[in-house]
Design a protein around this ligand. Sequence first.
Ligand code: FBP
Length: 711
Amino acid sequence: MTERQRISLTEFLENPVVRDVTSNINQEIIERRSYRPPVCNAFKSEYTGVADTDKYGFEIDKESKRVLPDIIANKVQEIVSVDQPGQSVIDAFSKKRVIGIVFSGGPAPGGHNVIAGLFDAAKRANPESRIIGFLVGPDGIIENEYLEITEEVVNAYRNLGGFTMIKTGRTKIDTDSKMELSRNTCKSLGLDALVVVGGDDSNTNAAFLAQEMKADGIQVIGVPKTIDGDIQVRDAGGNVLCAMSFGFHTAARAFSQEISNLCTDCSSDIKYWHICKVMGRVASHLALEVVLQTHANLTLIGEDLANYVDQQRIDKATAAGTVDYTAFGMTLRHLSRVICDCIMDRAAVGKNYGVMVIPEGILEFINEIQVFIIKLNTIIANYNSTHDLDFHSAFPRLDDKLEYLRRLVRGIRKDISLNVWNARDDELFNDIPEFFQEGLLTERDSHGNFQFSQVPTEKVLLNLVRDYLNILKEKGSYKVGIKNAYYQKVLKEDRLDPDYFGPILFRNYGESEYLLIKASIISLKTLRQALEKAGAITADQDVPSCIGKIYTASVPNFKTQSHFYGYDGRGADPTRFDCIYTYNLGQTVFSLIANGSTGQMAAIRNLEYDFEKWEPIGIPIAALMHLEERLGKLSLVLEKSIVDVKSPAFQVAKAFREKWLAADPGKDNYRRPGPIRFTGKSEEDRPITLMLNSVGNSHTILVTDEDTDAN
Ligand code: FBP
């Protein structure tokens, strides 16, 4: 044996292999950093212009007209290449500029490429232009904290996920003093333009900043970011201007890979139901994309539940000459019943396992819960403004909050003039588990949004599902189906006649591949009674062990594992789609700035088609705004786009619902999307929802009752 060399740990750490495998830099990062996304045709020229177009129209909100007068007349702008620019165009385009950029809200993969696209375009137009990144979100503008973005900084983050370069934050510039401080920062830095990369609320902020700083000559451009995919813009005529915010594709693919792994795992050890909550504060776009990517067994889409009508209840009420208002919209209890039915149906064919996807924002679409959220929003907002105190600091413990609500009912607290909270609310609220009460009373974010990510929605639903499954178990309707061939084998091994015992034990003997124990047999005691009653055994005989074995195998055990997919996907490195999309958004931002636009959101039209068809545009933000309840009062905000249950993507997912539930003796129908691959060919290079909607939009899809199952 060769003698082993003795070295110190310090020397060992210097070993090239050790150094290599412990380095922060690996091949993936090197490849990502060196990748240069292709640019849209318009950006191939040295100069670009913007052309106002009247092709698209909007229904303008009166309030928007009133408070955003200087940007309300903005039109959609198409970015066009300018091949033979005049000197004035060259001068304006290539002027030395200082451009500030800020990330606002939750991270979304691709943000760094927005900066890279902007940086490259700005430096190409004038190498002396400067890009400034405000640190930790809008607070960086308010407090004048920034990072000078250099070539070196940009190169370190090209095509990489997160917002790590300059961080992000959720502060809203919503008071006169914050607006004044922001304006001072922009002026003191000599900014020509400010770029706000954010979601619906942040683009709302961008519009107000654009209005505020118009007189100072500081342009403001928004960029549609959010993994939630809820910034989708159409004009009044339904023309798609922005099919999807950036980051959605990556997050959905990241979640899908994890969830697909769970599909593989659960169908291997066949003992768990995996309950996967996926992000999306309100809209269920991510859940919809995940089901299309993975074919998980059961996916709830909030928007679909809101439309639910319980025909049985209506018929019953009509027959009794009454109206049942609870028949419209899904209640939590009813939803748990729907879930239980799916679980039971799979168990009946021996599949007591599966994968269920629950959108984070599902509670938004459950009427009874939505009412609580709105009422509590109003109460909290009212308390804060009446007392100039924060409700959550004033009542830090759950008990204090509940006592405050009780006092409202008893009329002891007169904080709320309108009667928002009554005895019935209090009674219903006290009926729900403490952790859920706590969730519903959780602090709203700075934009007044309910923080669904803080509520263990899956736990709420699972508790109801478990309770109901226990009832079904006691009633004898929830059973694991026993494969007939297995039953035959087990009985024959013990030299018993399967055909004799079959009709005694099963409700469907001889009719089905999977046998279901009779509903009346719910314990060893009732099993023995059934056998005795049929004369198969006498009172002093034991239940044959093979029959005991079959019975035990038929008893369902609902074992679950819960998962939350959100922050992990938000931090993923962008898909190639998001890399290209965001880099071109950055280029679009620069074109809008260089052509004097303000109050516009950079976007790419035709994202749903091949790259060659992509068209960079500017969308007027003010025209998209409308009044919405926030922090208990109406505020002007950008409209969130939720899943359209008439969209081709949803209709396809719905048509495959039964097939993917796979409550039949056949195989499961899971799809393996695989990991996010930066290089190499992948079947779909953009969200499946977008692909289906683009194919579907060129057809009129007629959905009939018979179409509900595409098996
Ligand atoms: P944005 O709308 O800011 O992009 O954030 C969306 C989101 O990722 C939601 O899906 C989620 O509900 C929320 O952020 C979580 O927020 P936080 O990071 O504050 O926990």
